[in-house]
Design a protein around this ligand. Structure first.
Ligand code: ASP
Length: 584
């Protein structure tokens, strides 16, 4: 028996109990005549004590030599501490050790295994197994477990069945590049790793599973960021015989359940916003609505004067910055520099100060009088003491720029409180999106998404205007889930592939299996998928998804611990019938 109790368990009520504990040496304090050691495991920390009077000399010596992260087993008696530590759950007691066994020694760890560590991120990723011993990482993994457990509880209760789908498949186009896996048994042929189980979950609906979910790894070969990993986890869901309303209610229910069980937050009905409104009011299809600062479009009230910059712009749009009139000229100049950075890309910024006495002072006073500026304030909702910031230019670009400014200012103003949760459904996304590079339309969500009823015809004349039965769930300015009602008849699906530029032969070669299935009684169906890593991070009040993944990849897509990806040897290449043709 390695232990009778864990290291987080013993209390004053256990006084005089003989116990056995196992764990890691967190730290020791040696006063010569007395040695204290903190013993740690997943559950907590317990103080061990060895002293000259009660501990045999030989054991005293061994206790003295214990290094950090040694794995030890001790037997001993629970005694009351002379000086208690109210900050530790086990702080009332300590163990007077009578037997000490070293189960394993440890090299000196490359960084301190403490909440605040001295290790940089790469180093901690290289020794991730040591990083996982630290509370912040350990607690995040436990938190993630709690979330997935609650997901399973809720969906199982609602009648969903968890079904696994294959990883070695044929490409599912979801807008990213596929990871491919060469097949040894089928020389010259490749599997693709799923970008999501999209077609499989649809086939499960054809198979009559009715309500499916899966907590599943997905793979996308995209450029990475703190918020993106090449392999990530989805809570993937699909339902048959439902309409959009059923889906929204079911998954709003799931999200509400998680917020309540995991965060203790109760949220009533989630607001809904049309995609077009989200773009118009926030310049963004995933608006953070924890705070206001909605856009005010100023074309009507700013394009009637001699100010050429505004007159030639497709869109003139502004936001009111609460309390922004307190910014000094220097602060505002810095803000202008900020919007002109290449990452944001604005050419400049016009502003108008809303003074406490109701007057205005703008950077374009030469062109606009007090009445004009009063209208700017009215349209952007600015009050006395605020600052109106105005950008202008190409509508799409300027919306994205002002959205970036809105988020930056909100961050600086402390309006993005991670403890506040503001969910939002964004609905009726466009079906298609114009791609500048390939000069053709792509499916905005994926090619299996159905257009809004009655809009199929519009595809021929104004494809860009067609809206889809597609929805995203947004939480605090992050897309945490998205899905759609699917096409479920062969004709419409064939038409869709046609509009997306697939020849009938290409469509058949890539998706023949799905089109075939649609000929055998496919029920109406739809679904969505949550990005679990991001969802967990946001519920956990943090930004970086890496911190919630046990073994994450770095920004170059590398696992620096196991050193992957890595070359394979010639024998393996030959077996696979592959020859390398490297660019460098
Ligand atoms: N497969 C989609 C995605 O990964 C989700 C869905 O449409 O259900 O975004």
């Amino acid at each position: 028996m390695y232990r009778s109790h864990n290291c987080g368990e013993l209390r004053i009520s256990h006084i005089n109990t003989e116990v056995t504990l196992s764990g890691w040496v967190q730290k020791s304090r040696n006063k010569g005549f007395i040695i204290w050691i903190d013993l740690r495991d997943r559950y907590g920390m317990t103080q061990l004590v060895f002293d000259e009077e009660r501990t045999p000399k030989e054991m005293m010596k061994r206790a003295e030599d214990l290094g950090r992260e040694f794995v030890v087993q001790v037997k001993g008696k629970v005694i009351e501490r002379a000086s208690k530590n109210p900050n530790m759950p086990t702080g009332d007691i300590e163990i007077l050790v009578s037997e000490l066994t070293i189960l394993n020694e440890s090299k000196l760890p490359p960084f301190t295994i403490e909440d605040e560590t001295d290790g940089g991120e790469e180093l901690r990723m290289k020794y991730r197994y040591l990083d996982i011993r630290r509370n912040p990482v350990k607690n995040n993994l436990i938190f993630r477990h709690k979330v997935t457990q609650e997901v399973r509880n809720y969906l199982s209760k609602e009648g969903f069945i968890e079904v696994e789908t294959p990883y070695l498949i044929k490409s599912t186009p979801e807008g990213a590049r596929d990871f491919v896996v060469p097949s040894r048994m089928n020389e010259g042929q490749f599997y693709a790793l799923p970008q999501s189980p999209q077609t499989f979950k649809q086939l499960l609906m054809v198979g009559g599973m009715d309500k499916y979910f899966q907590i599943v790894k997905c793979f996308r070969d995209e450029d990475l960021s703190a918020d993106r990993q090449p392999e990530f986890t989805q809570i993937d869901c699909e339902m048959a015989f439902i309409d959009q309303e059923d889906i929204l209610n079911t998954f709003e229910g799931l999200t509400r359940h998680l917020l309540k069980e995991v965060n203790g937050v109760e949220i009533d009905k989630f607001p809904r916003m049309l995609y077009d409104d989200a773009m118009r009011l926030y310049g963004n299809d995933k608006p953070d609505i924890r705070f206001g600062m909605a856009f005010g479009e100023l074309n009507d009230v700013a394009q009637h004067k001699e100010f050429g910059v505004f007159n030639s712009a497709e869109l003139v749009v502004g936001i009111a910055v609460p309390g922004g009139n307190s910014y000094t000229r220097k602060d505002i100049d810095k803000l202008i520099d900020w919007v002109r950075r290449p990452q944001v890309g604005a050419l400049g910024m016009v502003y108008s100060r809303c003074n406490d006495d109701g007057s205005f002072k703008s950077s374009v006073d030469k062109f606009y009088d007090q009445d004009d500026l009063a209208k700017w304030a009215e349209v952007t909702g600015a009050k006395a003491g605020d600052l109106v910031c105005v950008l202008s230019g190409n509508a799409n670009k300027v919306r994205a720029q002002l959205s970036a400014l809105r988020m930056e200012l909100a961050e600086r103003l402390g309006l993005r409180d991670p403890k506040v949760f503001a969910p939002l459904w964004v609905m009726d996304f466009p079906l298609l999106e114009w791609d500048e590079d390939s000069e053709r339309f792509h499916a905005m969500h994926h090619p299996f998404t159905s257009p809004k009823p009655g809009q199929l015809e519009l595809l021929k004349t104004k494809p860009g205007d067609v809206k889809a039965n597609a929805y995203d769930l947004v939480l605090n300015g992050n897309e945490i889930g998205g899905g759609s009602i699917r096409i479920h008849d062969k004709e419409t699906q064939a038409l869709m592939f046609d509009y997306l530029g697939f020849t009938p032969e290409e469509a058949k070669a890539q998706f023949g299996f799905l089109m075939d299935a649609f000929e055998y009684g496919a029920p109406p169906h739809g679904g969505l998928a949550f990005g679990l890593d991001r969802l967990v991070a946001i519920l956990g009040g943090q930004e970086t998804i890496r911190d919630f993944i046990a073994f994450p990849k770095n920004n170059n897509g590398r696992d620096v611990m196991i050193d992957a990806p890595a070359p394979i040897d010639d024998k393996q290449l030959t077996e696979l019938g592959l020859k390398l043709n490297l660019k460098s």
